[in-house]
Design a protein around this ligand. Structure first.
Ligand SMILES: Nc1ncnc2c1ncn2[C@@H]1O[C@H](COP(=O)(O)OP(=O)(O)OP(=O)(O)O)[C@@H](O)[C@H]1O
Ligand SMILES: O=P(O)(O)OC[C@H]1O[C@H](OP(=O)(O)OP(=O)(O)O)[C@H](O)[C@@H]1O
Ligand SMILES: [Mg+2]
Length: 281
């Protein structure tokens, strides 16, 4: 029985439940459900705080988990990233009143509020900066106004929260994060776990790629294949029309309109784009 940890609250909850549901696993019926047994897929889903997930997985009590890369580093738990999941993207950054600091090196001897003390502590040590880390549970942006800190280190996505309190980011990003699948460091992957990885990768590819079909004259086929190389080479089929072939390939969703324009320019016609519902590569 594969035991999977899923965020029960916060920014990753909806994304994690959706990707698992698209991968064929059961959804919980309401937000108060803490354990879901999924006998069809021989697994159990445990709904836990995102911050605690790396701890459970690191201890080996749960086999797999979905959490943020920043939280995985922050925990210091013996767990490792298996694959990135392409949602819940954020950066982890320093912020302060405009003009107060320019780089991390200006923070020597200052007070920095954060709810990611582990991640911040490691970064400051790497940069050779000694500062006082003020550990707070959340809403750290308010700590400067209330006189508890001189700067903050926090998750920034749109930047709206910082703007609302009149703070600006400064210095290089401390970390880039997104939702990741994790397992215990060095743990072997059994069949159920490998199946989970393949299913999640299938969902990610189905989201990021589309299928393109078009007809083209035989003598332009090499140019066309250079534009749409596909995953392992496109399918080229005969057409019931002298001198023409039909081509089918997967292409990245991003930029697919430009690909259609380029194909049109070299004489392709009947160019169709379709969504991929599910896939296993
Ligand atoms: N606004 C956001 N956009 C995208 N990802 C975010 C955002 N806020 C947090 N995250 C990411 O979501 C993960 C979990 O953070 P979240 O804020 O949901 O948990 P938390 O702070 O422990 O919970 P809570 O905010 O409910 O106390 C982290 O990896 C973080 O990088
Ligand atoms: O750049 P933005 O799009 O504004 O998003 C960033 C904000 O989102 C998160 O807050 P959350 O709602 O999780 O509250 P918290 O600070 O209490 O964790 C994070 O801690 C930031 O405050
Ligand atoms: Mg939060």
């Amino acid at each position: 029985m594969l035991r999977i940890a899923v965020p029960n609250k916060g920014a990753l909850t909806e994304g994690a439940q959706t990707i698992l549901a698209e991968a064929g696993y059961r959804r919980r019926k309401d937000s108060k459900e803490l354990v879901v047994v999924d006998p069809e897929n021989s697994c159990e889903l445990f709904f836990l705080r995102p911050r605690d997930i790396a701890v459970y997985v690191g201890e080996g009590t749960l086999d797999a988990g979905i959490t943020g890369r920043d939280m995985l580093y922050d925990s210091g738990a013996p767990a490792e990233e298996v694959i990135p999941l392409g949602f819940g993207r954020s950066t982890f950054r320093f912020a302060a009143p405009p003009g107060a600091f320019k780089s991390v090196h200006d923070l020597q001897g200052q007070r920095i509020a954060t709810s990611y003390a582990g991640l911040l502590g490691k970064y400051l040590a790497d940069q050779g900066v000694e500062a006082r880390v003020i550990k707070l549970d959340g809403a750290v942006e308010t700590a400067i106004r209330l006189g508890v800190a001189d700067a903050v280190a926090d998750v920034v996505e749109t930047g709206a929260t910082l703007r609302n309190v009149g703070l600006e980011v400064f210095g290089e990003p401390i970390a880039e994060s997104e939702a990741v699948l994790i397992k215990r460091a060095g743990a072997a992957e059994d069949n159920g776990f490998r199946q989970l990885i393949r299913r999640l990768q299938g969902v990610i590819v189905a989201r990021d790629y589309v299928m393109i079909d078009y007809d083209i004259r035989v003598e332009r086929i090499d140019e066309a294949i250079a534009i749409t190389p596909g995953m392992e080479g496109p399918t080229v089929s005969p057409l019931h029309r002298e001198g023409w072939v039909a081509v089918r390939a997967m292409i990245p969703r991003k930029g697919h309109q430009q690909v259609m324009d380029e194909l049109w320019e070299i004489g392709a016609r009947a160019i169709l784009i379709t969504d991929i519902y599910a896939c296993r590569l």
